[in-house]
Design a protein around this ligand. Structure first.
Ligand code: MTE
Length: 307
């Protein structure tokens, strides 16, 4: 078997995954360099993370697309807006409050959130309701690790995620397009599912502002909008929270928003998707391909009605 050194490979053959591996190697070797100032020593640099059995082995979407084709309405409505305008987002100091139906409500400093557990790398598909998808190597911790900190009460059934409002840095919140703050919600068992993570990085690096720094939810079997960005508060409740998109267009966006090729958006089909960087469309998979892991959460539900 011929093994080529990375430097022998023409750049046309270099895949995003190879670039990612190189970057991880670089970060490993340069532990203690620039990023160490941002992240606790316990993690070294925000580099390799712990590989996860939940990851897909599909081709990664190039970093340049992940960071330049974004939805972050607080920072504008064109896909290219957040990459430019979210640079103003203030991500320090940052606290995360977890309260509501819990035994031990807490307000954690972002640095303490980073110390809670080793960062895990999860390569997940992200499928947007608009019909595009990406494959992204996230770095984060299981949401269950965070929620266990506050000891949810037996009466807690739902989790509401409330995101930051910074009128001075976010041009979008000065408009009435959505009811700010941007909020999302999950059932408690969905939030506790091992696939659900609080991401703090991607591609081996700190989360770029436009991708929801410093903390964003990632729920890979649901449409992208469920993955709220720049979260400041998590509230456990006994009733289903009304999310920003449900308030703005209840016929179009339901509470569950599971990726489902059989349930069309009222204005377009959800049967196919375009992977960013590719030309031919792919078939969209039920639960974004995660049926084996999450299908049982919805046993007995009519997913046409509870969309
Ligand atoms: N979070 C906040 N706070 N504001 C938003 O507008 N948009 C959502 C979600 N999280 C959004 C948000 C939508 S519609 C999508 S598709 C994903 O973020 C996009 O994440 P990405 O830009 O990192 O790919």
């Amino acid at each position: 078997m011929l093994i080529r050194r990375p430097d022998d490979i023409p750049s046309s053959e270099i895949t995003p995954r190879m670039l990612f591996e190189r970057r991880r190697e670089f970060l490993r070797l340069s532990a203690g360099a620039a990023l160490a100032g941002i992240l606790p020593a316990a993690h070294g640099a925000l580099g390799p993370g712990r590989a996860s059995t939940y990851s897909t082995s599909e081709e990664l979407t190039p970093l340049k697309h992940v960071t330049s084709y974004n939805n972050f309405t607080e920072f504008g409505f064109d896909k290219g807006d957040p990459a430019r305008t979210a640079q103003a987002l203030r991500t320090r100091p940052w606290t995360l409050s977890i309260d509501g139906l819990v035994r031990q409500p807490k307000t954690l400093d972002i640095e303490d959130v980073l110390k809670l557990a080793p960062l895990e790398e999860r390569i997940y598909r992200l499928r947007c309701v608009e019909g595009w998808s990406m494959v992204i190597p996230w770095l984060g911790i299981p949401m269950s690790t965070l929620l266990k900190q506050v000891e949810p009460l037996g009466s807690a059934k739902y989790v509401e995620f409330i995101t930051a409002v910074q009128p001075e840095t976010m041009p979008g919140v000065r408009t009435r397009v959505l009811d700010w703050p941007y909020t999302e919600g999950l059932r408690l068992d969905e939030a506790m599912h091992p696939l659900t993570i609080m991401a703090m990085g991607l591609y081996g690096d700190v989360l770029p502002n436009q991708n929801g720094a410093p903390l964003r939810l990632v729920v890979p079997w649901k449409y992208g909008f469920k993955s709220g960005k720049s979260i400041v508060r998590i509230r456990l409740t006994d009733s289903e929270p009304r999310t920003s998109w449900m308030k703005s267009a209840p016929r179009e966006y339901g509470f569950y928003s599971n990726v489902n090729p059989e349930v069309d958006h009222p204005r377009w089909s959800q049967a196919t998707e375009r992977r960013i960087g590719e030309f031919t469309k792919r078939k969209t998979l039920m639960f974004n391909g995660y049926t084996e892991q999450v299908g049982q959460l919805y046993t007995g539900m009519d997913l046409r009605k509870q969309f």
